[in-house]
Design a protein around this ligand. Sequence first.
Ligand code: BES
Ligand code: MN
Ligand code: MN
Length: 462
Amino acid sequence: MQHITGQVDTHRERYLEELKEFIAIESISSQKEHDADMRRCAEWILHHLQSIGVQDVRIFETAGHPVVYAEWNGAPGKPTVLFYGHYDVQPVDPLNLWTSPPFEATIRGDYLYARGSADDKGQVFIHFKAIEAYLKTVGSLPVNLKMIIEGEEEVGSPNLDRFVKEHKELLDADLVLISDSSMFAKGVPSVCYGLRGLAYMEIELTGPNKDLHSGSFGGSVHNPIQALSEIIASLHDKRGKITIPGFYKDVRALSAKERKAYKKLPWNDKKYAKDLGVARLYGEKGYSTLERLWARPTLECNGIWGGYTGEGAKTVLPSKAFAKISMRLVPDQDSTKIAKLFERHIAKIAPKTVSVKVRALHGGEPALTPIDSPGVQAAVAALEKGFGKKPLYQREGGSIPIVVQFKKILGLDTVLLGFGLPDENAHAPDEHLSLDNFYGGIRTAIHYYNELPNYWKSARKR
Ligand code: BES
Ligand code: MN
Ligand code: MN
């Protein structure tokens, strides 16, 4: 393996220069003005994969941003990996909180700072370099490979289900591999086996039919911002539980085994609170922080607006107030069902003094993946070789809704081999990727492709 993993040391600098180019394309999927950048980014991937020797690379149009598909099929009799990643990134605002420009990847200390460095361009690029290392040295891969790199993950993958359904045969494989999550901590590699789901809602509250002078009218009607605040405040009780009737009905209880395993993980609440700048943590009573993050559902207000928020004071009693509210879900909650419960509950508790509209923006299902599968055991072996340490098993609080769809549509289990870090500032200013994880990730990916056929074969024999 040395002649292959050795590539990582030989080409360290070039890898970074290429990743910087990939990152420089402003592929923000949610903003119309970046539509041309989205296409440029898909084309950049196409050319890059061709340049490293992956011959069958295609761009598929969708109703939204294009999907890049690639295939390398030169290992007959070996397992086929379906790799999934995304080239789209989140918006960069607030821009003034970035230490260096978000699309000019900049090294400070042991980190590469840029939008997309960790989520997910950097992690996708890790695999490009692992593939390149094989094709440049031995000229072949130890497994067959299919890749889907999509451009709409950050907006809820509205067109991906359809793409997968329409290309079932093309995507036929043995397992799915995704690098779009985090390791447990710096120097602590891990395999992820669970993700939360999501139900994302928007509330619009209307009071009077126009903005009013708060002096002439204040005291006569219910301010919609006040009404909305009352509604939002009532969604949690004193013990941090969500008050929507039926919300917990399908929640699978944590097993005693899992609770015990989480207790053994190297975790410190005090340090965590200090790093986040809060005096105390908050959450559902009766559960540890890791349990609340990974295995309990939550409800968050992502944004609230209405009335006057400009410079200085304006005495106004606004006509409307809005909020965006998301719920993270765990097995066996169903995002459509939860969205309905939310809608019904809000309609019921909204006071008669205002009118209310609730919309579901998008959703996704929670996932648990089997940890005794050959795909995961190969990941354990590869991480140990790539980082020199046995990995932990963990879940994540974030969501990758396509994981469950891969199971439903293609019948495939997913291996989550993440190289981010929990404090990487994903979706926030100063997002960064650890260079240790970048190079260790490439080594791990090289080992993964090498290990997989062995684990696959012995699993088949059993
Ligand atoms: N890479 C993340 C998902 C993730 C985050 C996995 C943290 C593990 C840990 C992904 O790009 C993401 O941001 N997903 C969205 C899902 C959504 C837009 C449907 C999320 O979790 O908010
Ligand atoms: Mn991601
Ligand atoms: Mn993301």
